[in-house]
Ligand binder design. Structure first.
Ligand code: GDP
Length: 209
């Protein structure tokens, strides 16, 4: 079994130029519209209530937040460290146009240029699976990820759907994951998938040496 045993805030950066230096490709980026449940998911995955701030004023923070996250494989007690990257929520209507434009440029630069990113996690509210802005983000990711990078779609707040609605969503998005941070559903599976994707890169490195 794979667990996250430690998670701590490292730093905030306003743009890619000020992102922490790193030689490793071990970053997992979390991106979502404001209020989709990104902070709640980060806290639930890491079992750390105050790690990411669950905000009552969505869209306020415009910083990229970095966390060091320690995974452990319980089969051999081996630990590995990854960085979780909390990107500012996008699509918040109540910011000025110029601020929105600047930030969007920042985000697209970041995604296209930050080579340390191994996995992009795009969170979508399960009750609104077809919003234009999410489709645009999906397409942008698809067009911009490099060969050694992955995309994972995760539907949040799955406790808000009944069984029938959940089945329909699963059928429509067979490769996506579904979670509920509130009910702690899908956490172990999400941790395992993230870990496996990160490991794949380490295994490749070992093969090359
Ligand atoms: P963020 O803006 O994407 O970081 O979203 P937050 O984590 O701050 O959550 C936004 C709102 O959705 C808060 O009121 C949370 O309590 C609520 N929320 C987050 N995750 C869940 C969930 O799994 N189920 C339900 N029902 N509500 C959730």
């Amino acid at each position: 079994m794979i667990e996250i045993v430690d998670a701590k805030f490292i730093t905030s950066a306003p743009n890619i130029a000020e992102a922490p230096e790193s030689l490793e490709q071990n970053e997992v980026v979390f991106m979502a519209r404001s209020n989709v449940g990104k902070s709640s998911l980060l806290n639930a995955l890491t079992n750390h209530k105050g790690l990411a701030k669950v905000s009552s004023t969505p869209g306020k923070t415009r910083l990229i937040n970095y966390f060091d996250v320690t995974f452990i494989d319980r089969e051999n007690e081996q630990k590995s460290i990854s960085k979780f990257v909390d990107l500012p929520g996008f699509g918040y209507a109540k910011v000025s146009k110029s601020m929105k434009h600047n930030w969007e440029k920042n985000l697209t630069d970041y995604i296209a240029q930050r080579e340390q990113i191994k996995l992009f996690i795009h969170l979508i509210d399960c009750r609104h699976p077809h919003l234009d802005i999410d489709t645009q983000v999906s397409e942008f990711l698809f067009d911009n990820v490099k060969e050694n990078q992955y995309i994972l779609q995760i539907f949040t707040k799955i406790d808000k759907l009944n069984q029938k609605e959940q089945s329909a969503l699963r059928k429509e998005f067979p490769h996506a994951m579904m979670v509920s941070s509130a009910k702690k559903r899908g956490m172990k599976k999400a941790i395992k998938i993230i870990y496996d994707i990160l490991q794949e890169q380490e295994d490749t490195l070992l093969d090359e040496s």
